[in-house]
Design a protein around this ligand. Structure first.
Ligand SMILES: Cc1cc2nc3c(=O)[nH]c(=O)nc-3n(C[C@H](O)[C@H](O)[C@H](O)COP(=O)(O)OP(=O)(O)OC[C@H]3O[C@@H](n4cnc5c(N)ncnc54)[C@H](O)[C@@H]3O)c2cc1C
Length: 309
Protein backbone atom coordinates (compact mmCIF):
# COMPACT_ATOMS: atom_id res chain seq x y z
CA UNK A 1 0.00 0.00 0.00
CA UNK A 2 1.47 3.35 -1.00
CA UNK A 3 1.54 6.39 1.30
CA UNK A 4 -1.34 7.78 -0.75
CA UNK A 5 -3.36 4.58 -0.59
CA UNK A 6 -3.48 4.48 3.21
CA UNK A 7 -5.61 7.63 3.72
CA UNK A 8 -7.71 6.63 0.72
CA UNK A 9 -8.29 3.23 2.27
CA UNK A 10 -9.41 4.87 5.53
CA UNK A 11 -11.71 7.20 3.60
CA UNK A 12 -13.33 4.32 1.71
CA UNK A 13 -13.92 2.33 4.90
CA UNK A 14 -15.29 5.45 6.63
CA UNK A 15 -17.58 6.16 3.66
CA UNK A 16 -18.93 2.62 4.06
CA UNK A 17 -20.54 3.80 7.32
CA UNK A 18 -22.28 6.69 5.59
CA UNK A 19 -25.98 6.03 4.98
CA UNK A 20 -26.13 8.00 1.70
CA UNK A 21 -23.12 6.17 0.25
CA UNK A 22 -24.54 2.85 1.38
CA UNK A 23 -27.89 3.56 -0.21
CA UNK A 24 -26.45 4.75 -3.55
CA UNK A 25 -23.93 1.91 -3.87
CA UNK A 26 -26.47 -0.72 -2.81
CA UNK A 27 -28.90 0.57 -5.41
CA UNK A 28 -26.54 0.69 -8.37
CA UNK A 29 -23.44 -1.28 -7.32
CA UNK A 30 -24.43 -4.67 -8.71
CA UNK A 31 -25.02 -3.05 -12.10
CA UNK A 32 -21.69 -1.23 -11.92
CA UNK A 33 -18.64 -3.20 -10.79
CA UNK A 34 -19.80 -5.40 -7.91
CA UNK A 35 -20.27 -8.47 -10.10
CA UNK A 36 -16.55 -8.66 -10.56
CA UNK A 37 -16.24 -9.70 -6.90
CA UNK A 38 -19.64 -11.25 -6.10
CA UNK A 39 -21.17 -14.26 -7.91
CA UNK A 40 -24.68 -12.81 -7.74
CA UNK A 41 -27.51 -12.46 -5.29
CA UNK A 42 -29.01 -15.97 -5.36
CA UNK A 43 -27.80 -19.50 -4.65
CA UNK A 44 -28.57 -20.44 -8.27
CA UNK A 45 -26.26 -17.69 -9.56
CA UNK A 46 -23.59 -18.85 -7.12
CA UNK A 47 -23.91 -22.52 -8.14
CA UNK A 48 -23.37 -21.62 -11.81
CA UNK A 49 -20.15 -19.74 -10.97
CA UNK A 50 -18.98 -22.55 -8.64
CA UNK A 51 -19.53 -25.22 -11.31
CA UNK A 52 -17.52 -23.17 -13.80
CA UNK A 53 -14.70 -22.70 -11.27
CA UNK A 54 -14.63 -26.47 -10.56
CA UNK A 55 -14.56 -27.16 -14.30
CA UNK A 56 -11.38 -25.06 -14.54
CA UNK A 57 -9.80 -27.03 -11.69
CA UNK A 58 -10.40 -24.64 -8.77
CA UNK A 59 -11.83 -25.74 -5.44
CA UNK A 60 -14.44 -23.32 -4.09
CA UNK A 61 -15.24 -21.74 -0.72
CA UNK A 62 -18.72 -20.27 -0.65
CA UNK A 63 -19.88 -17.45 1.56
CA UNK A 64 -23.38 -16.10 1.94
CA UNK A 65 -22.71 -12.40 2.35
CA UNK A 66 -23.76 -10.75 5.57
CA UNK A 67 -22.48 -9.87 9.02
CA UNK A 68 -23.48 -8.23 12.31
CA UNK A 69 -26.97 -9.72 12.33
CA UNK A 70 -28.98 -8.60 15.36
CA UNK A 71 -32.09 -10.72 14.86
CA UNK A 72 -32.11 -14.26 16.32
CA UNK A 73 -34.60 -15.64 13.76
CA UNK A 74 -32.48 -14.31 10.92
CA UNK A 75 -29.42 -16.15 12.25
CA UNK A 76 -31.42 -19.40 12.29
CA UNK A 77 -32.46 -18.80 8.67
CA UNK A 78 -28.85 -18.13 7.61
CA UNK A 79 -27.75 -21.32 9.37
CA UNK A 80 -30.45 -23.25 7.53
CA UNK A 81 -29.33 -21.76 4.20
CA UNK A 82 -25.74 -22.86 4.83
CA UNK A 83 -26.90 -26.40 5.62
CA UNK A 84 -28.98 -26.49 2.40
CA UNK A 85 -25.98 -25.22 0.43
CA UNK A 86 -23.75 -27.94 1.86
CA UNK A 87 -26.31 -30.59 0.93
CA UNK A 88 -26.46 -29.28 -2.64
CA UNK A 89 -22.64 -29.49 -2.88
CA UNK A 90 -22.88 -33.14 -1.83
CA UNK A 91 -25.73 -33.89 -4.27
CA UNK A 92 -23.82 -32.36 -7.19
CA UNK A 93 -20.42 -33.64 -6.09
CA UNK A 94 -18.99 -30.11 -6.15
CA UNK A 95 -15.48 -29.53 -4.80
CA UNK A 96 -16.73 -26.83 -2.46
CA UNK A 97 -16.87 -25.98 1.23
CA UNK A 98 -18.17 -22.98 3.15
CA UNK A 99 -16.66 -20.08 5.06
CA UNK A 100 -18.88 -17.91 7.21
CA UNK A 101 -18.74 -15.07 9.69
CA UNK A 102 -19.77 -15.71 13.28
CA UNK A 103 -21.51 -12.32 13.49
CA UNK A 104 -23.70 -13.53 10.62
CA UNK A 105 -24.97 -16.38 12.79
CA UNK A 106 -25.40 -14.61 16.11
CA UNK A 107 -22.08 -13.57 17.69
CA UNK A 108 -23.37 -10.01 18.23
CA UNK A 109 -26.43 -11.41 20.02
CA UNK A 110 -25.00 -14.16 22.17
CA UNK A 111 -21.92 -16.41 21.94
CA UNK A 112 -23.99 -19.49 22.83
CA UNK A 113 -26.31 -18.82 19.88
CA UNK A 114 -23.35 -18.41 17.52
CA UNK A 115 -21.81 -21.65 18.82
CA UNK A 116 -25.09 -23.50 18.38
CA UNK A 117 -25.60 -22.24 14.82
CA UNK A 118 -21.95 -22.85 13.89
CA UNK A 119 -22.22 -26.44 15.27
CA UNK A 120 -25.15 -27.12 12.95
CA UNK A 121 -23.21 -25.90 9.92
CA UNK A 122 -20.13 -27.91 10.88
CA UNK A 123 -22.27 -31.02 11.50
CA UNK A 124 -23.97 -30.64 8.08
CA UNK A 125 -20.54 -30.35 6.44
CA UNK A 126 -19.21 -33.38 8.33
CA UNK A 127 -22.03 -35.50 6.86
CA UNK A 128 -20.61 -34.97 3.40
CA UNK A 129 -16.92 -34.92 4.35
CA UNK A 130 -16.52 -31.17 3.80
CA UNK A 131 -14.74 -28.55 5.85
CA UNK A 132 -16.09 -25.30 7.26
CA UNK A 133 -14.10 -22.23 8.10
CA UNK A 134 -15.00 -19.34 10.34
CA UNK A 135 -13.72 -16.07 8.92
CA UNK A 136 -11.93 -13.66 11.24
CA UNK A 137 -13.64 -10.30 11.68
CA UNK A 138 -12.62 -7.16 13.61
CA UNK A 139 -10.14 -7.57 16.48
CA UNK A 140 -12.86 -7.31 19.13
CA UNK A 141 -14.19 -10.69 17.95
CA UNK A 142 -10.91 -12.61 17.96
CA UNK A 143 -11.15 -14.08 21.51
CA UNK A 144 -14.73 -15.22 21.06
CA UNK A 145 -14.04 -16.63 17.60
CA UNK A 146 -11.06 -18.64 18.82
CA UNK A 147 -13.05 -19.84 21.81
CA UNK A 148 -15.85 -21.09 19.53
CA UNK A 149 -13.26 -22.72 17.25
CA UNK A 150 -11.84 -24.62 20.25
CA UNK A 151 -15.25 -25.72 21.44
CA UNK A 152 -16.13 -27.01 17.97
CA UNK A 153 -12.72 -28.63 17.52
CA UNK A 154 -13.39 -30.78 20.60
CA UNK A 155 -16.20 -32.45 18.63
CA UNK A 156 -15.25 -32.05 14.97
CA UNK A 157 -12.08 -32.14 12.92
CA UNK A 158 -13.60 -30.47 9.82
CA UNK A 159 -13.54 -26.94 11.22
CA UNK A 160 -10.96 -24.24 10.61
CA UNK A 161 -10.28 -20.63 11.53
CA UNK A 162 -8.35 -17.60 10.26
CA UNK A 163 -5.42 -15.57 11.55
CA UNK A 164 -4.64 -12.03 10.40
CA UNK A 165 -0.97 -11.09 10.10
CA UNK A 166 -1.68 -7.41 10.86
CA UNK A 167 -2.54 -8.31 14.47
CA UNK A 168 0.32 -8.41 16.99
CA UNK A 169 -1.41 -11.26 18.81
CA UNK A 170 -1.66 -13.69 15.88
CA UNK A 171 1.73 -15.38 16.44
CA UNK A 172 0.66 -16.28 20.00
CA UNK A 173 -2.77 -17.39 18.79
CA UNK A 174 -1.14 -19.68 16.26
CA UNK A 175 1.28 -21.09 18.84
CA UNK A 176 -1.55 -21.99 21.19
CA UNK A 177 -3.58 -23.64 18.40
CA UNK A 178 -0.68 -25.78 17.08
CA UNK A 179 -1.29 -28.74 19.45
CA UNK A 180 -4.69 -29.13 17.72
CA UNK A 181 -3.06 -29.63 14.28
CA UNK A 182 -5.30 -26.81 13.12
CA UNK A 183 -6.77 -26.02 9.75
CA UNK A 184 -5.74 -22.36 9.59
CA UNK A 185 -6.12 -19.78 6.87
CA UNK A 186 -3.55 -17.00 7.01
CA UNK A 187 -4.53 -13.58 5.70
CA UNK A 188 -3.10 -10.08 6.06
CA UNK A 189 -6.34 -8.61 7.47
CA UNK A 190 -9.08 -6.53 5.90
CA UNK A 191 -10.34 -4.16 8.61
CA UNK A 192 -9.17 -0.79 9.84
CA UNK A 193 -7.47 -1.56 13.17
CA UNK A 194 -5.77 0.86 15.59
CA UNK A 195 -1.97 0.76 16.07
CA UNK A 196 -2.30 -0.62 19.59
CA UNK A 197 -3.56 -3.94 18.17
CA UNK A 198 -2.24 -4.04 14.58
CA UNK A 199 0.99 -3.23 12.75
CA UNK A 200 0.46 0.10 10.98
CA UNK A 201 3.36 -0.58 8.60
CA UNK A 202 2.67 -2.87 5.63
CA UNK A 203 6.24 -4.22 5.69
CA UNK A 204 5.67 -5.53 9.20
CA UNK A 205 2.33 -7.04 8.19
CA UNK A 206 4.16 -8.84 5.38
CA UNK A 207 7.03 -10.02 7.64
CA UNK A 208 4.53 -11.34 10.13
CA UNK A 209 2.68 -13.08 7.30
CA UNK A 210 5.90 -14.90 6.39
CA UNK A 211 6.50 -15.88 10.04
CA UNK A 212 2.97 -17.23 10.49
CA UNK A 213 3.16 -19.08 7.21
CA UNK A 214 6.48 -20.74 8.04
CA UNK A 215 5.29 -21.74 11.50
CA UNK A 216 2.03 -23.21 10.21
CA UNK A 217 3.74 -25.11 7.37
CA UNK A 218 6.34 -26.51 9.80
CA UNK A 219 3.71 -28.14 12.02
CA UNK A 220 0.92 -30.67 11.66
CA UNK A 221 -2.37 -29.40 10.33
CA UNK A 222 -3.54 -27.79 7.14
CA UNK A 223 -2.61 -24.29 5.98
CA UNK A 224 -4.59 -22.08 3.63
CA UNK A 225 -2.26 -19.46 2.17
CA UNK A 226 -4.85 -16.79 1.40
CA UNK A 227 -3.29 -13.87 -0.42
CA UNK A 228 -2.87 -12.36 -3.88
CA UNK A 229 0.61 -11.12 -3.06
CA UNK A 230 3.06 -12.76 -5.51
CA UNK A 231 5.94 -12.41 -3.02
CA UNK A 232 4.05 -14.26 -0.25
CA UNK A 233 2.91 -16.93 -2.70
CA UNK A 234 6.43 -17.47 -4.06
CA UNK A 235 7.78 -17.69 -0.52
CA UNK A 236 5.15 -20.24 0.51
CA UNK A 237 5.92 -22.40 -2.55
CA UNK A 238 9.69 -22.23 -1.97
CA UNK A 239 9.45 -22.85 1.77
CA UNK A 240 7.13 -25.84 1.28
CA UNK A 241 9.43 -27.32 -1.37
CA UNK A 242 12.52 -26.83 0.81
CA UNK A 243 10.80 -28.56 3.75
CA UNK A 244 9.44 -31.42 1.65
CA UNK A 245 5.84 -30.35 2.22
CA UNK A 246 3.87 -31.87 -0.69
CA UNK A 247 1.94 -29.62 -3.10
CA UNK A 248 -1.32 -31.35 -2.22
CA UNK A 249 -2.71 -32.45 1.13
CA UNK A 250 -0.93 -30.16 3.60
CA UNK A 251 -1.71 -26.72 2.25
CA UNK A 252 -3.56 -24.82 -0.44
CA UNK A 253 -3.61 -21.36 -1.93
CA UNK A 254 -6.78 -19.33 -1.62
CA UNK A 255 -7.82 -16.22 -3.51
CA UNK A 256 -10.89 -14.06 -3.73
CA UNK A 257 -13.16 -14.42 -6.73
CA UNK A 258 -12.33 -11.78 -9.34
CA UNK A 259 -8.82 -10.96 -8.09
CA UNK A 260 -5.45 -12.11 -9.47
CA UNK A 261 -7.13 -14.64 -11.75
CA UNK A 262 -4.00 -15.15 -13.90
CA UNK A 263 -1.85 -15.93 -10.87
CA UNK A 264 -4.46 -18.41 -9.61
CA UNK A 265 -4.40 -20.24 -12.96
CA UNK A 266 -0.61 -20.37 -12.98
CA UNK A 267 -0.62 -22.01 -9.55
CA UNK A 268 -3.10 -24.63 -10.74
CA UNK A 269 -0.88 -25.35 -13.75
CA UNK A 270 2.08 -25.79 -11.40
CA UNK A 271 0.15 -28.52 -9.56
CA UNK A 272 -1.02 -26.67 -6.45
CA UNK A 273 -4.48 -26.85 -4.96
CA UNK A 274 -6.15 -23.46 -5.36
CA UNK A 275 -9.46 -22.49 -3.80
CA UNK A 276 -11.48 -19.48 -4.93
CA UNK A 277 -13.52 -17.77 -2.26
CA UNK A 278 -16.80 -16.98 -4.02
CA UNK A 279 -19.36 -14.90 -2.14
CA UNK A 280 -22.99 -14.32 -3.04
CA UNK A 281 -26.12 -12.82 -1.53
CA UNK A 282 -27.97 -9.59 -1.09
CA UNK A 283 -25.75 -8.04 1.58
CA UNK A 284 -22.69 -7.48 -0.58
CA UNK A 285 -22.10 -3.81 0.32
CA UNK A 286 -19.53 -4.14 3.18
CA UNK A 287 -17.70 -6.89 1.27
CA UNK A 288 -17.42 -4.70 -1.82
CA UNK A 289 -16.19 -1.73 0.25
CA UNK A 290 -13.42 -3.87 1.79
CA UNK A 291 -12.30 -4.96 -1.70
CA UNK A 292 -12.28 -1.35 -2.88
CA UNK A 293 -10.35 -0.24 0.20
CA UNK A 294 -7.69 -2.94 -0.26
CA UNK A 295 -6.88 -1.57 -3.66
CA UNK A 296 -8.17 1.95 -4.23
CA UNK A 297 -7.40 1.47 -7.95
CA UNK A 298 -10.50 -0.77 -7.92
CA UNK A 299 -12.54 2.35 -7.23
CA UNK A 300 -11.69 3.67 -10.69
CA UNK A 301 -12.61 0.32 -12.19
CA UNK A 302 -15.88 0.29 -10.26
CA UNK A 303 -16.88 3.85 -11.16
CA UNK A 304 -15.93 3.34 -14.80
CA UNK A 305 -18.91 0.96 -14.96
CA UNK A 306 -21.17 3.97 -14.46
CA UNK A 307 -19.94 5.67 -17.62
CA UNK A 308 -19.40 2.71 -19.91
CA UNK A 309 -23.04 1.86 -20.52
C1 LIG B 1 -9.48 -16.46 0.48
C2 LIG B 1 -9.36 -15.23 1.33
C3 LIG B 1 -10.04 -15.18 2.53
C4 LIG B 1 -9.94 -14.04 3.34
N1 LIG B 1 -10.52 -14.05 4.59
C5 LIG B 1 -10.32 -13.01 5.41
C6 LIG B 1 -10.77 -13.03 6.75
O1 LIG B 1 -11.37 -14.00 7.23
N2 LIG B 1 -10.54 -11.92 7.53
C7 LIG B 1 -9.87 -10.84 7.05
O2 LIG B 1 -9.66 -9.89 7.81
N3 LIG B 1 -9.44 -10.79 5.78
C8 LIG B 1 -9.64 -11.84 4.96
N4 LIG B 1 -9.16 -11.79 3.67
C9 LIG B 1 -8.67 -10.50 3.11
C10 LIG B 1 -7.21 -10.27 3.43
O3 LIG B 1 -7.06 -10.00 4.80
C11 LIG B 1 -6.66 -9.09 2.62
O4 LIG B 1 -7.37 -7.94 2.94
C12 LIG B 1 -6.69 -9.29 1.13
O5 LIG B 1 -6.41 -10.61 0.79
C13 LIG B 1 -5.69 -8.36 0.42
O6 LIG B 1 -4.41 -8.65 0.86
P1 LIG B 1 -3.33 -9.51 0.04
O7 LIG B 1 -2.90 -10.63 0.91
O8 LIG B 1 -3.87 -9.94 -1.25
O9 LIG B 1 -2.07 -8.57 -0.08
P2 LIG B 1 -1.88 -7.06 -0.53
O10 LIG B 1 -0.49 -6.71 -0.16
O11 LIG B 1 -3.00 -6.21 -0.02
O12 LIG B 1 -2.03 -7.14 -2.09
C14 LIG B 1 -1.08 -7.81 -2.90
C15 LIG B 1 -1.49 -7.65 -4.34
O13 LIG B 1 -2.71 -8.36 -4.56
C16 LIG B 1 -3.57 -7.64 -5.41
N5 LIG B 1 -4.80 -7.28 -4.66
C17 LIG B 1 -4.99 -7.35 -3.32
N6 LIG B 1 -6.25 -6.98 -2.99
C18 LIG B 1 -6.86 -6.67 -4.15
C19 LIG B 1 -8.15 -6.23 -4.47
N7 LIG B 1 -9.09 -6.04 -3.54
N8 LIG B 1 -8.44 -6.01 -5.77
C20 LIG B 1 -7.51 -6.21 -6.74
N9 LIG B 1 -6.26 -6.62 -6.49
C21 LIG B 1 -5.93 -6.86 -5.22
C22 LIG B 1 -2.81 -6.41 -5.85
O14 LIG B 1 -2.14 -6.71 -7.03
C23 LIG B 1 -1.83 -6.21 -4.73
O15 LIG B 1 -0.68 -5.53 -5.12
C24 LIG B 1 -9.20 -12.92 2.88
C25 LIG B 1 -8.51 -12.99 1.67
C26 LIG B 1 -8.56 -14.13 0.92
C27 LIG B 1 -7.76 -14.19 -0.35
Amino acid sequence: MSALDRPLRGAILAAADNAAVRSAVTRYGMRLGARRFVAGQTAEEFMAVARAANAQGFAVASTILGESVGDREETLEITRRYCVLLRSFAEEGLDANVAFKLTHVGLDIDSALALDNASQIVAAAAESGRTVRMDMEQSRYVDRTLDIFRRLRERYDNVGFVLQSYLYRSADDLASALPLAPNVRIVKGAYLEPPDVAYPDKREVDSNYVRLLETALSHDGYTAVATHDPAMIAHAAEFAAARGVPKQGRFEFQMLYGIATGLARTLLERGYRVRLSIPFGEYWFPYLMRRLAERPANLAFFLKGAFSR
